[in-house]
Design a protein around this ligand. Structure first.
Ligand code: ADP
Ligand code: MG
Length: 250
């Protein structure tokens, strides 16, 4: 057995911490004109408070749809979503907006920064609409960008822009960080750096982190791995030996 790596996440058994969010028999069908596209089929999933979860599956398997339902961007066609015992699948638009604003930080493959604002200003915009934000400079420091706060996105590398995007998600002080292919546009070295930042936010701030990706290698650093295929959960595994982000390879 390899020596435990000080930089790796600790193993975590489901049930060690309370359930933060649960999906109960979620189905999702998109209707486009006369065509219905079934995407998710009776998915059950529990996300535990403080865990680092990776959901893997091939392109088109329904990962982004699942994450959007967890994050209150989209609603399921059938089934319920409970966040700390509130049924968010019955929320109206206003309640969903509030749910997202207070509880969820989103990180996407493409960083979606405002090009005419500096790194700090991009983070301030998110802090300004949030109820109990952390200081924007603290959020940027946590992602290792203190020296670049006055730079515009075009003056930053892809990895640095993604770190600004993580700071923007983090500044709201959300319970849950939802990351959709966060390393999808990055090379291996930069991707590892992003995974390391996300791992640190989980370990040091106790943030619950969910990454969805087609890249199953990322599961090596997770505490738990859920495999999704054709809109159903094929497998859920606890990772007995998470490895450090810097050791993940693909
Ligand atoms: P993944 O993230 O795993 O690649 P998605 O959740 O994005 O998968 O998509 C799953 C399926 O749902 C795909 O076939 C996709 O074309 C379809 N789909 C996703 N979003 C929509 C939408 N808004 N309208 C219609 N079909 C959609
Ligand atoms: Mg996707």
């Amino acid at each position: 057995m390899p020596a435990p790596d000080a930089d790796a996440l600790q193993p975590h058994t489901p049930g060690e911490s309370p359930v933060l969010l649960s999906l109960k028999s979620i189905s999702k069908t998109y209707i486009i004109g006369d065509v219905s596209v079934p995407v998710l089929h009776h998915v059950d999933l529990e996300i535990y408070d403080g865990e680092f979860l990776v959901v893997v599956g091939p392109s088109g398997s329904g990962k982004s749809t699942l994450l959007n339902i967890v994050g209150g961007i989209d609603l399921p066609t059938e089934g319920s979503v409970f966040f700390q015992n509130q049924n968010i699948s019955q929320f109206n638009e206003q309640q969903l907006t509030r749910y997202r604003r207070e509880n969820i930080g989103f990180v996407f493959q493409f960083y979606n920064l405002v090009p005419t604002l500096t790194a700090r200003e991009n983070v301030i915009v998110a802090a300004d609409i949030s109820e109990s934000p952390m200081s924007p400079d603290d959020a940027l420091e946590l992602v290792g960008l203190s020296s670049r706060v006055d730079h515009f996105p075009s003056q930053l590398s892809g990895g640095e822009q993604q770190r600004v995007a993580i700071a923007r998600a983090l500044v709201k002080n959300p319970e849950l960080l939802l990351c959709d292919e966060p390393t999808g546009a990055l090379d291996l070295t930069t991707g590892r750096m992003i995974l390391e930042v996300l791992g640190n936010l989980n370990r040091e701030l106790g943030k619950t982190v969910v990454i969805i990706t087609h890249n199953s290698a990322i599961g090596q650093m997770a505490q738990r791995i859920v495999r999704i295929g054709s809109g159903t959960i094929a497998e859920t595994n606890v990772n007995p030996h998470p490895i450090a982000a810097q050791q993940v390879t693909w």
